[in-house]
Design a binder for this molecule. Sequence first.
Ligand code: RB5
Length: 158
Amino acid sequence: MWTGGPHYTYPVRIALGSDHAAVVLKDLLLAHLVELGHDAIDLGTHGPESVDYPDFGAAVGRLVASGEVEFGVCCCGTGMGIAIAANKIHGVRAATVHDVTTARLAREHNEANVICFGERVIGPVVAIDALDAFLAATFAGGRHERRIEKIQRLEETQ
Ligand code: RB5
């Protein structure tokens, strides 16, 4: 019988990464997490110089997949490219969210372990609220557990 996904004792360890298009949002979310007392690791980038989002999505994904951190936060212009990259790492379930509802459901239904934002498409206050909702939510299990297991089997058979 399913007894629930991991229940984290707060604070949690969280890795953050972004490309140049989303440094401002990444740094804002980092400051918010630190203020809440979480153990946040900033993997960059740290300035406006053009970089490639797959490098940062993969770096965050690897820390999540290895268990060194419980969650990842990824930011790029749209939140999509870096999510696609992070999802290439075995064990990562990265979800691009746009509001509190998609953030909450990413945890409750999809057991997402990486939350992704697009600095060019979301306001900073909505992003902070969505991150809080993501961290407060827990996986609902039940029928969703079967679906997560199917995703895991897909990873194993590719
Ligand atoms: C960078 O210009 C932009 O393409 C990137 O941040 C992201 O939006 C890609 O998905």
